[in-house]
Write a new protein. Structure first.
Length: 393
């Protein structure tokens, strides 16, 4: 076994495998056509969570928490049997109990850069958040619009339900990366009639990169650390049948769509990046007061400015984010706004990083009312602090 640079098999290999690995990997090599690369990631965090626990067993939530956690170790195996047959496996140690499990795994048949077939278990091709490599998130803690008090039916819940799902996916790139497409069918679960896996749900996504302007695709990371100028416009649709909503006897189909954008471009020693997305889901939660299904939506804007010069042993970057989520109801809607700021410190081109950040959450409308129901007396505004460290090799 030897240490080697991540080996890319042209456009076809990069499309299905390249986003999963770091720039360095251990490599097991049989010959030039048969090999396996091994990557490792570890994430640790300190969290100060603002008033989300009960005091003295009473209904009042005014007890803040401080704790350290290991979010899990991951080992990635990527490679190929030959130029046609590629593979990916991601083994994850869950933070809850340390139990190891296979998170994602699939075989990819790379017939051509324009036409490939993936079969196995992987994220559904819907939002950027679902497809992106979490090792390269700008905000590693509670990414996206998060609900730490669990009163919203926000988009993230469906995203989590769709993630890590068995699928068959046709995908490819056209025009040397200008266009990319993904069309997938995946397991149908969440049925209340005992007939899970009865049929298939489906999703489709198209990405466009203006390569004629000198940009490269930006489909799997929040930042490329100034290594190249990147830009991506994405649009996607998902249909999921019989998602449980509200009661054990109430369920319906959910249709969702999203548009998103990401750009990162170098200006001398500064590398600014910007990302924005809008996500809409129809009939994704049940309103008991009106006996009807209602919609949800979410949008966010985030970015960072990297100073691409060594300061100590790494390079600093100032990050920001604002997001808003809304659940429709017959009366007041549930609303949640979140803003975040942070400082990333990238070491060895991102092989290690440290992040110091703040998340603030403001609930309004029916969300604020629900926080005070049943004598819970939960706060309508929270501010959490955290320190995060990661290695990815």
């Amino acid at each position: 076994m030897k240490v080697a640079k991540w080996k890319v098999l042209g456009v076809a290999g990069a499309l299905v495998l390249g986003y999963a690995a770091s720039s360095q990997a251990f490599q097991l090599k049989v010959d030039d056509d048969t090999f396996m690369n091994v990557n490792y990631r570890l994430q640790v965090v300190y969290l100060h969570k603002d008033q989300t626990d009960k005091t003295n067993g009473t209904g009042r939530y005014d007890y803040s928490r401080n704790y350290f956690d290991v979010w899990g170790s991951r080992v990635y195996f990527t490679g190929q049997i030959n130029n046609l047959i590629q593979f990916y496996t991601d083994i994850n140690a869950k933070k809850a109990n340390g139990t190891y499990k296979v998170h994602d795994e699939y075989i990819n048949f790379a017939f051509a850069p324009e036409f490939q077939l993936k079969i196995g278990k992987d994220a559904i091709p819907f939002t950027r958040r679902m497809l992106a490599n979490t090792s390269w998130f700008i905000f590693p803690v509670a990414d996206g619009v998060n609900d730490p008090q669990d009163v919203m039916d926000i988009v993230g819940r469906l995203q989590k339900g769709l993630d890590d799902t068995g699928l068959a996916e046709l995908h490819g790139e056209l025009g040397d990366g200008m266009l990319a497409y993904q069309v997938a069918i995946f397991d149908q679960g969440n049925r209340t009639d005992g007939q899970s896996f009865k049929g298939f749900d489906w999703a489709a996504r198209v990405d466009f990169t203006p390569t004629m302007w000198g940009f490269a695709p930006a489909r799997y990371k929040d930042t490329y650390l100034g290594k190249k100028d990147v830009m991506d416009f994405g649009v996607a649709y998902v249909h999921q049948k019989n998602v449980v909503n509200g009661t054990s006897s109430t369920y319906d189909s959910v249709d969702g769509w999203t548009v998103d954008f990401m750009v990162e471009k170098r200006f001398n020693n500064l590398v600014p990046s910007l990302e924005a997305a809008y996500i809409s889901l129809q009939d994704c939660h049940y309103d008991l007061s009106s006996n009807d299904f209602k919609d949800s939506s979410e949008w966010y804007v985030q970015g960072q400015i990297l100073y691409d010069q060594m300061v100590g042993i790494g390079k600093p970057a100032l990050a920001f984010k604002y997001g808003y989520a809304e659940d429709d109801y017959s009366g007041d809607d549930k609303e949640l706004a979140q803003w975040s700021i942070g400082l990333n410190y990238y070491i060895e081109d991102g092989a290690a990083k440290v992040f110091l950040g703040v998340n603030n959450y403001d609930y309004d409308g029916k969300a604020e009312t629900d926080l005070n129901n049943n004598n819970n007396q939960k706060e309508a505004s929270l501010t959490n602090y955290y320190l995060f460290a990661q290695i990815f090799f």
